[in-house]
Design a protein around this ligand. Structure first.
Ligand SMILES: CC/C=C\C/C=C/C(=O)SCCNC(=O)CCNC(=O)[C@H](O)C(C)(C)COP(=O)(O)OP(=O)(O)OC[C@H]1O[C@@H](n2cnc3c(N)ncnc32)[C@H](O)[C@@H]1OP(=O)(O)O
Length: 196
């Protein structure tokens, strides 16, 4: 399990890879933090795309590690704060599911592109906990309190097209989600340079 990084022009594509659903185990979080930190500091990289392997963005916390002492040693909150604060545009490319901590990671990105088949949600309530990695702040800021509360208290999986209407994601594509996220990152960079 690891996060790997490749370069597409000047955009770093960081792929979260922990089969089957890229759950955020301790070692995966440590790997994401390292790859993201390196990409943020690398002056040849102008933007970052976060995506998932195995057809999913990320199913959230690794529930198999619940109760283990490693859960908090690399905090998802710290990763999310670093992503949000990054000076380079960061785009999440969402395929499959972005659930729980996975959606919280995507919400920390500056933009989100979703595949039309994708689903997003905060299902924590269904296992008796509350979103605790920024979701209860970032989601209402993005889509307003009533819609965010509805997602948080019901824990339902929201289809991509509804997520677009709500404003959870910025763009929905039928195919090539990662390429679309790279394109969006490059468009944002173009706009940035045109304003200077
Ligand atoms: C880092 C912590 C920071 C902050 C706190 C965050 C908290 C949270 O994120 S809580 C939310 C945790 N996530 C969930 O509750 C999602 C639970 N999973 C699902 O809803 C579904 O499994 C799925 C929609 C992700 C996939 O459904 P489906 O395609 O029907 O497959 P299966 O349900 O059969 O699952 C396949 C396979 O994946 C394992 N798995 C699924 N989710 C997790 C997970 N979160 N952690 C670890 N493993 C997970 C599932 O056990 C199956 O494995 P096996 O094939 O080995 O049985």
């Amino acid at each position: 399990m690891a996060a790997t990084r490749r370069l597409s022009h000047s955009v770093a594509v960081i792929t979260i890879n922990h089969p089957p659903v890229n759950a955020l185990s301790h070692s995966l979080r440590r790997s994401i933090a390292k790859e993201f930190g390196d990409a943020s500091k690398d002056s040849s990289i102008e933007a970052i795309v976060l995506c998932g392997a195995n057809g999913n963005f990320c199913a959230g916390a690794d529930i198999k590690e619940f109760g283990s002492s490693t859960l908090d040693s690399v905090s998802l909150n710290n990763i999310n704060d670093a992503v949000e604060r990054c000076q380079k545009p960061v785009v999440a490319a969402i395929e499959g599911v972005a659930l729980g901590g996975g959606l919280e990671l995507a919400l920390s990105c500056h933009y989100r592109v979703a595949n039309v088949q994708a689903r997003v949600g905060l299902p924590e309530v269904l296992i008796g906990i509350l979103p605790a990695a920024g979701g209860t702040q970032r989601l209402p800021r993005l889509i307003g309190i009533p819609a965010a509360l509805d997602m948080i208290v019901r824990g339902r999986h929201v289809p991509a097209t509804e997520a677009l209407q709500l404003g959870v994601v910025d763009e929905v594509v039928k195919a090539n989600t990662i390429d679309a996220a790279i394109q969006l990152a490059r468009k944002v960079l173009g706009e940035k340079y045109n304003h200077h």
